[in-house]
Design a protein around this ligand. Sequence first.
Ligand code: DLZ
Length: 206
Amino acid sequence: MSDSIKGPAAPPTKLDGSPLRIAIVHSRWNKAVIDALVAGTIAKLKETGVKESNIVVQSVPGSFELPLACSKVISGSHVQAGATATDLLGGLTSLTSPNPNSRTSTPAPQVASMPQQPFDAVIAIGVLIKGSTMHFEYICDSVSHALMRVQLDTGVPVIFGVLTALTDDQALERAGIGRGASKGHNHGEDWALAAVEMASHSRKWS
Ligand code: DLZ
């Protein structure tokens, strides 16, 4: 057992994710770490009872794109539906909605026109690793502030699943795939629990 005092305490009541619809918006930079974090998040969401069909996954290029994507996913105006967790685990990365202004030549997939339950929480997942320029500092700062703004502006919990690592090893360990004797801990699991707890609170508060 670790003698560290760090980390989240257990929630006061048992978490029940069964009524919840959760979106995961993740960047694709530092993919090995991202993949482990997304998998850890999905596995823990399902453990709490969130139905696979109620987990929607959307990818964006980098962490800088996370705040706008989270905002759009919440408002449902551009990104109507991403891949479900089932699609993702089956190898599909993301589906985008029909967009008349889109410059892509790929035909837009058919999106069911059934009214969808709004998202109860969004988990923003990114991995920033410090390089030799100031890029890291600017992105960390702007993304963390913008994600906070999205949740305060929309009232939908946005979970801060952005690793701000100083080294590759720090990032790998926080995704549970460390290269040392200890593989570390997958923080995606904690983000899933935070999402289910905040989504449940949010339903009671509104
Ligand atoms: C450009 C860049 C760099 C250098 N590093 C990262 C990173 O470590 N993690 C990450 O998620 N994204 C990085 N990016 C990409 C930016 O987030 C963004 O996608 C581009 O600047 C385009 O807006």
